[in-house]
Design a protein around this ligand. Structure first.
Ligand code: ZN
Length: 82
């Protein structure tokens, strides 16, 4: 491979995921990469770069967490909580 300068490296932030992409100055990265933001219970925000497969899994996880949160938020209304 000839020497190329100004390469941008994309690397998935999910622990153990081997997906990487090297993008040259005149190339465009795959549209599969996504940067997500997550706030943990201590109100700390983290950004992560995810590959396409892990982004799909993350969306499912986040959807389930959203549903749990919505249930918790509304459970005192009209005796929903037993
Ligand atoms: Zn990944």
């Amino acid at each position: 491979m000839p020497k190329t300068t100004n390469i941008t490296q994309y690397e998935c932030d999910r622990d153990g995921c081997p997906v990487k992409e090297y993008v040259g100055p005149s190339e465009t990265a795959s549209p599969d990469w996504h940067i997500i933001k997550r706030i943990n219970r201590n109100n700390e925000e983290k950004s992560m770069l995810l590959c396409g497969a892990d982004y799909k899994e993350y969306l499912q996880l986040a959807e389930n967490q959203d549903k749990d949160f919505d249930l918790w938020k509304t459970e005192l209304v009209d005796g929903k909580k037993e």
